[in-house]
Design a binder for this molecule. Structure first.
Ligand code: UDP
Length: 236
């Protein structure tokens, strides 16, 4: 697979064209941003950890019937994925209250929900990714009603699989963000990444945070938390 011109660069990744128009190469960076881009920094080793962990989890999800964009890991930081047109929605699943949910509704973090919740944000930097409901998403033609139904179904299936998987590693899956893309034939697949950048992971015994909240909240031990998650998921 040949890496050709850079198609675009986002906060934590670069995306390159290949000789195959249906495939692109994603290159994961160590750069981290938070608080709507106001906070910038580097998490040393993050790119390689997120790349490898995300690929592993996508493989697991494929086996459990969730189609993804994953094709082939090329190196520590680089992966071939199917070229998709991204559905401009951030899909957030929550099992336990935390972050913006706790803030918005004035409740403490750590409330365990009887069933998981789903919400959408409109991926739009100028508007700061506002919360959006599915009717508004359809009205704005961000996705069709059928696509939203499929996305909901896949997102809850991802939660079911990952929640059980992480529980086996002594990790509580608190919440996470997914993104979906359309293949040329219209099939919706899971895209983007699943990593400590996009999930909240709490140690099941101690409650210790093992994710990007350590960076967002200036807690220290950021690299160690990513390493610990890598160790639990990938070993070594
Ligand atoms: N999340 C993400 N990207 C975003 C916003 C949120 O990956 O732009 C993830 C975040 O890591 C957490 C979940 O989505 O696992 C829920 O985040 P929340 O809405 O609580 O927002 P935050 O408190 O991170 O601003």
């Amino acid at each position: 697979m040949e890496k050709r011109e850079q198609i675009y660069e986002e906060k934590a990744k670069k995306v390159y064209a290949t000789e195959d128009p249906a495939l692109v190469i994603v290159s994961y960076k160590d750069d981290a941003t938070a608080l709507d881009g106001l906070k910038k920094g580097t998490i040393s080793g993050k790119g390689a950890i997120n790349n490898r962990m995300s690929n592993f989890l996508m493989g697991l999800l494929e086996k459990e019937g969730v189609p993804t964009h994953f094709v082939k890991e090329l190196s520590d930081r680089e992966t071939v994925v199917k070229r998709v047109s991204i559905v401009p929605l951030e899909v957030i699943i929550r099992n336990i209250s935390a972050g913006s949910f706790a803030k918005r509704y004035g409740v403490e973090e750590g409330i365990v929900f009887d069933s998981p919740t789903i919400e959408f944000s409109y991926k739009n930097d100028d508007l700061h990714d506002p919360l959006i409901n599915s009717y508004h998403a359809v009205a704005l033609k961000l996705a069709t009603e059928e696509e939203i139904a499929r996305i909901k179904e896949m997102a809850f299936q991802v939660n079911k699989v990952l929640k059980a998987y992480f529980a086996g590693l002594g990790v509580t899956l608190v919440d996470f963000k997914l993104e979906f893309g359309r293949l040329p034939d219209g099939t919706v697949v899971l895209a983007d990444e699943i990593s400590p950048d996009t999930c909240r992971f709490w140690d099941s015994k101690t409650g210790e945070k093992l994710d990007k909240d350590r960076f967002r909240r200036d807690m220290g031990g950021v690299e160690d938390a990513y390493e610990e998650m890598k160790r639990r998921v990938l070993g070594g």
